[in-house]
Design a protein around this ligand. Structure first.
Ligand SMILES: Cc1cc2nc3c(=O)[nH]c(=O)nc-3n(C[C@H](O)[C@H](O)[C@H](O)COP(=O)(O)OP(=O)(O)OC[C@H]3O[C@@H](n4cnc5c(N)ncnc54)[C@H](O)[C@@H]3O)c2cc1C
Length: 402
């Protein structure tokens, strides 16, 4: 779409029968409802995504918090929130909110200042988040209640291995102001909220969309490119790096990925979660979503809840055990012993490409590589990173033909 709006004739080749990729929806046969592969959160620092949604008349499909409220649950402390005051200047409000969480003190708040100073001083380059935290002497309770959940949510990787410079960028952009710190969610299934508006707008710009059309060969050189034997002026490769490596014949570039497991549960006559999403501390589910409430469906007859387990390195858990464990955790969180009517596990094996050092692939002239391969200091693999890569690719195509 960003290439087409510069006046170029564009054809899009999508391997799957439906466009959507990792932001896709399907019909759950038992409930007859649309279901997303997994819940997606945005934050107020997603400027390029907000602009894209606006350009597709889809902004109303995202509901934004008025200001940051992060509700957490732990067996001992039950529910508590990180909820900075709206009256005070945001940095001060954030420090006070951290100090006020049960089990925290000025020690947690002051350690955030140390973390901020270290991030500004760039003493963390080349290190893991865990090393940065150790260097800043961050107390274990702050790591458990804030740092680890944010790192898992934003980078889909544990603090042990996640890159500190990308994490620093996530923190500094997300917590820059009251507006950037708030969270947003799609209030309709991704298919309707995001994919259909994008497709409609792209088609209005003349983009021809081919589905069930995997590209098997891409060759550059001369004055154009050859895509599966057909000639084009240029190509943008907008794929996760493991797929683009195959297509571009790059065999020696490592590309580490991590899975995300989504456990979807449907209930009858269930009260729902007390908040639309809740971070679990010490639970197998790291984030719990009240999908029905997020979509504004208030009918208590059908309640769709979802638990997300990020950074899954090995997936050995038996599906039945996984559903039982998550059901027990949800029973605790919601104070009800209702059993789910049915469950569905969506495990995205290669949910995100991890942030790793590397350099851009050398590609032929007229091929623009917009692959998902985040390097330290760049954003992690998120919707915002995907949209920004698209914008950058459009600028490259424009430059190529100017
Ligand atoms: C479960 C889950 C939860 C997530 N949660 C969040 C979140 O809360 N917030 C957030 O910002 N991000 C989240 N993400 C990450 C986000 O979904 C991705 O970063 C983003 O969707 C990537 O978009 P993309 O267009 O770059 O790649 P994709 O969506 O993967 O699109 C690539 C497309 O290329 C197609 N393709 C592959 N090979 C070929 C080929 N040879 N020829 C033609 N087509 C091909 C694929 O079928 C696919 O449709 C989550 C991801 C998952 C899986």
């Amino acid at each position: 779409m960003r290439v087409a709006e510069n006046g170029f004739a564009v054809e899009l080749f999508e391997a799957a029968p439906q466009p959507g990729g990792r932001t896709r929806s399907f019909i759950d046969k038992k409930s007859g409802e649309w279901c997303d592969n997994g819940p997606h959160l945005l934050n107020g620092a997603y400027g390029a995504t907000e602009k894209l949604l606006d350009d597709c008349q889809a902004s109303e499909h995202v509901t934004w918090q008025p200001s940051l409220k992060l509700t957490l649950w732990e067996e001992q402390r039950r529910y508590f929130s990180l909820n900075p005051s709206n009256i005070l200047p945001f940095p001060l409000a954030l420090l006070l909110a951290v100090k006020s969480m049960p089990g925290h003190s000025w020690d947690s708040a002051l350690s955030m200042l140390r973390l901020n100073r270290a991030m500004n001083g760039k003493t963390y380059a080349g290190h893991s988040v865990a090393t940065l935290l150790k260097h800043c002497n961050i107390p274990a309770e702050l790591v458990r209640d804030m740092i680890e959940p944010i790192c898992l949510g934003a980078m889909n990787e544990s603090i042990r291995t996640a890159d500190a410079s990308t994490f620093a960028r996530v923190l500094s952009e997300s917590f820059a102001s009251k507006k950037t710190a708030r969270l947003g969610w799609f209030n309709a299934p991704l298919q309707q909220a995001l994919i259909n508006p994008l497709l409609t707008t792209a088609r209005q710009m003349g983009v021809i969309i081919h589905t069930s059309h995997p590209v098997h060969s891409l060759r550059g050189g001369g004055n154009g490119v050859d895509i599966d034997g057909e000639a084009f002026d240029a190509a943008v490769v907008a794929l996760p790096a493991y797929a683009s490596n195959r297509l571009l014949g790059v065999m020696n570039t490592a590309c580490e990925t991590r899975a995300i497991t989504n456990v979807h549960l449907w209930y009858e006559k269930h009260p729902g979660l007390p908040e639309l999403f809740i971070g679990g501390i010490g639970t197998l589910g790291q984030w719990f979503f009240d999908v029905s409430a997020q979509m504004g469906q208030t009918n208590p007859a059908v309640r769709h809840l979802c638990a997300v387990i990020s950074a899954v390195e090995e997936n050995n858990t038996d599906r039945r055990q996984l559903v039982d464990q998550i059901s027990r955790e949800l029973a605790e969180l919601c104070g009800t012993d209702r059993e789910p009517t049915h469950a569905r596990i969506v495990c995205e094996k290669r949910a995100t490409v991890l942030v790793r050092p590397g350099s851009p692939k050398a590609v032929m002239r007229n091929i623009v590589d917009a692959s998902e391969l985040p390097v330290p200091g760049e954003l992690p693999a998120t919707i915002e990173f995907a949209v920004q890569r698209g914008e950058k690719a459009a600028r490259s195509i424009k430059k190529l033909f100017s």
